[in-house]
Design a protein around this ligand. Structure first.
Ligand code: C2E
Ligand code: MG
Ligand code: MG
Ligand code: MG
Length: 289
C-alpha cells in the first residue's frame, strides 16, 4: 500500500513537472483573485443521526465557481493551496464564514455544530488557537457549535505539538474529529491521548458495504473501538439504503452522504432542513401566560 502511494505520488509530480507548472501558477493566481472577488462559497452537507434521522451537524465544504475556469473542485485546488501556503488565507476565510453561518442558524433556531476542514499549515500556525477563539467571540458562537476536522497525518506529523494544540482547543471547548479515519497511519495510542470527540470513517471503507467482508470487518472494528473509547463515530459517503442499514446495525452513530444529501448552498440546505425545531426551553410568553 505504501509502495503504491509512493508510486502514485511520483507519477503525479513527474506529470506536473512536464506539463503543469504554468497552469499551477495560473490556478494559484486565480485563487488569490477568487478570494478577493468573492468567488468562493461554502456549501453544507447535513450529518444525520442514524437512529433518529435528525440533522445533527453540517460539514462546510468549499466551492469555487470561477468566471473563467468554471467550477474547480477542492480536491484539485486545496492541495495546490497547501503547497503555496495560500491555504492559510483560504482557511481563515472558511473559519470566519462557517462560524458566521453557524451563528445565523443558531439565531434562527437550528442549533447544531458546523464542521470545517483544517489543513496542516493552518493548524500549525502559531496563533491558530487565538484565531479560532477570536472568530467565535466576534459573533458570540458557543465553541461547542464548531467542530474542527483534522486528518491523521496532521496529528502524527509532530504529535507532541499536536497534543498541546488539541488540549488548548479542547480547553476552549471546540469539538474535534479525525477526518478520513482509517486511511492514514492511525495509532491507537494517539487516539487514547488526544481529546478527540468523533471519528469520521473514510468513505473508501463504506463504498463496498455490506458485500465486502474486509470492509465489514474494518467498519465493525472502528465502530466498536470508537464506542469503547466513548468517541462518536460518523460514516462518510453513505450512498445506499443497505449501507445505512448496515451502519445502524453495526452501532455507528451518524452518517453523511448522498443517500441523504450532497453539500448544498445555504438556501437549499435550509429548504432541505425545513422549519427549525421549536426552542427547547419554554419561552417567556409561555411561562407567564
Ligand atoms: P472531505 O473533508 O473528506 O469531504 C468529503 C468529500 O466527500 C466532499 O467532497 C463531499 O462532497 C464528498 N461526499 C460527501 N458525500 C458523498 C457521497 O455519498 N459519495 C461521494 N462519492 N462523495 C461524497 P469535496 O467537497 O469535493 O471535498 C473534497 C475534499 O476537499 C474534502 O474531503 C476536504 O479534504 C477538502 N476540502 C473541502 N473543503 C475544504 C475547506 O474548506 N478547507 C480545507 N482545508 N479542505 C477542504
Ligand atoms: Mg471533511
Ligand atoms: Mg472535547
Ligand atoms: Mg473525509
Amino acid at each position: 500500500r505504501v509502495k503504491e502511494l509512493g508510486r502514485a505520488s511520483f507519477r503525479f509530480h513527474q506529470a506536473q513537472a512536464d506539463t503543469a507548472p504554468r497552469s499551477q501558477m495560473h490556478i494559484d493566481h486565480a485563487m488569490r483573485q477568487a478570494l478577493v472577488s468573492g468567488h468562493f462559497r461554502l456549501h453544507y452537507q447535513p450529518q444525520i443521526d442514524l437512529a433518529t434521522g435528525d440533522v445533527v451537524g453540517a460539514e462546510a465544504l468549499i466551492r469555487w465557481r470561477d468566471p473563467v475556469l468554471g467550477d474547480v473542485s477542492p480536491a484539485e485546488f486545496i492541495p495546490l493551496a497547501e503547497e503555496s501556503g495560500f491555504i492559510i488565507a483560504i482557511g481563515d476565510w472558511v473559519l470566519a464564514q462557517a462560524v458566521r453561518q453557524a451563528a445565523a442558524w443558531r439565531a434562527a433556531g437550528w442549533d447544531f455544530p458546523v464542521s470545517i476542514n483544517v489543513s496542516a499549515l493552518q493548524f500549525q500556525q502559531a496563533d491558530f488557537i487565538e484565531r479560532v477563539a477570536s472568530t467565535l467571540s466576534a459573533v458570540g458562537l458557543p465553541p461547542n457549535r464548531l467542530e474542527l476536522e483534522l486528518t491523521e497525518s496532521i496529528l502524527i506529523h509532530d504529535a507532541e505539538d499536536a497534543l498541546h494544540r488539541l488540549k488548548a482547543l479542547d480547553q476552549l471547548g471546540v469539538l474535534m474529529s479525525i477526518d478520513d479515519f482509517g486511511t492514514g497511519y492511525s495509532s491507537l495510542a494517539y487516539l487514547k491521548r488526544f481529546p478527540i470527540d468523533r471519528l469520521k470513517i473514510d468513505r473508501s471503507f463504506i463504498r463496498s458495504l455490506p458485500g465486502d467482508t474486509g470492509d465489514v470487518a474494518i467498519v465493525n472494528a472502528i465502530v466498536q473501538m470508537a464506542r469503547a473509547m466513548q468517541l462518536r463515530v460518523i460514516a462518510e459517503g453513505v450512498e445506499t439504503e443497505p449501507q445505512r442499514q448496515f451502519l445502524l446495525d453495526a452501532g455507528c452513530h451518524e452518517f453523511q452522504g448522498f443517500l441523504y444529501s450532497p453539500a448544498l448552498d445555504v438556501p437549499a440546505f435550509e429548504a432541505r432542513l425545513g422549519r427549525p425545531a421549536p426552542p427547547s426551553k419554554p419561552s417567556i410568553r409561555l411561562v407567564t401566560g
